[in-house]
Write a protein of this length. Structure first.
Length: 332
């Protein structure tokens, strides 16, 4: 199934934690590559023009703009890089963008954010909402200003700033296992682990093989994390022994933009890349690459698993399309 984000280039996508048939996609009008030195050495993406948040329903007849609420498209003055649904309110979603701000949207509200936070000095590249519904509801943001920030989305207050990365911060993501612990990645080739109660960096993985664009925690193994890099390689790490990666996954031809562990199978994950492909992996197999999906004509920039329906994925691309599908290699 396909949805066209006409004149908007997809950047990130997220399944609702409440509805199996709802996704959000953030986009930008124009995209370019700044500080160009080739995919293998240095990639930094820049955006100009307005951005749009789409709320999309998965229906038997295809992907349609959501009709449950009055608004199903939300416009912002700068391109939007990432989005994440609230874990405690089915209608709340948070986004971040090229103007250095964070926006909170109510799908039942009007076409304006209900709150806007701004404390970063450059583009905000990643946003992540606490994954525990019985824990304090906090949000992480990662920015090109090299900082990670912790927010109270109810008060709109920045609670803490985490410094240490020596280059653009690309990703910050909560551990689903360790309370108040998160991981971050950056252009300095490191993965850093933090305790937000103390603002202390707990440990550092010094990969230095390229800029690390994204990471994700395994949902079943509390000590396993995966990260992807501009060197076109995916690496799994045991956080108890970080001298060398526990698993090395070559295969992509260019930088890997995003990697996600399956919420349903411990050993399965998916990745998307600037080589225009999505790839499925089983890290327990001698030949771990399960499938290569080539259904986009531009960079594939967003990817996620459906939390409710095992085997279903959604992705988005600079080719102005969102796709929802069930790869043959992981159908259950």
């Amino acid at each position: 199934m396909q949805f066209v984000t006409q004149n908007r280039h997809g950047y990130s996508i997220d399944f609702s934690p409440y509805f199996a048939d709802r996704i959000a996609c953030v986009t930008g009008e124009n995209f370019g590559i700044a500080d160009w030195h080739g995919f293998e050495s240095y990639i930094r993406l820049a955006s100009t023009g307005p951005g749009t948040l789409y709320i999309i329903d998965i229906k038997p007849q295809g992907l349609l703009l959501n009709k449950r609420q009055e608004y199903n498209m939300f416009e912002w003055k700068s391109s939007l890089f990432d989005c994440c649904w609230s874990e405690v309110n089915e209608n709340i979603i948070i986004t971040c963008g090229g103007d250095g701000s964070i926006q909170v949207w109510d799908c039942n509200g009007d076409n304006s954010p209900i709150a806007v936070f701004k404390d970063h000095s450059q583009e905000v590249y990643c946003i992540d909402w606490t994954k525990r519904r019985n824990a304090p509801q906090h949000v992480l943001s990662a920015s090109w200003d090299r900082q990670i920030k912790l927010w109270d989305p109810q008060k709109g207050a920045c609670l803490a700033t985490f410094n240490g990365h020596e280059n653009v911060a690309y990703c910050a993501t909560w551990s689903p296992h360790y309370l108040a612990v998160f991981a971050s990645t950056a252009g300095d080739g490191t993965i850093r682990f933090w305790d937000c109660r103390t603002s202390r960096c707990l440990s550092i993985i010094n990969d230095r093989k390229g800029e690390i664009l994204h990471c994700d925690w395994n949902k079943y193994n509390k000590d396993l994390i995966v990260a992807c890099s501009t060197d076109s390689t995916i690496r799994c790490w045991d956080i108890r022994n970080t001298k060398d990666p526990s698993i090395l996954l070559p295969g992509h031809q260019y930088a890997v933009k995003k990697v996600k562990f399956s919420p349903h199978k411990e050993n399965v994950m998916a990745s998307c890349s600037y080589d225009l492909t999505v790839r499925l992996w089983d890290i327990l197999l001698p030949n771990p690459m399960l499938e290569v999906i080539e259904h986009h004509t531009e960079f594939v920039t967003g990817l996620n698993f459906n939390l409710h329906l095992p085997g279903q994925l959604a992705d988005c691309s600079w080719d102005e399309s969102v796709k929802v599908y069930a790869p043959t290699s992981i159908r259950m």
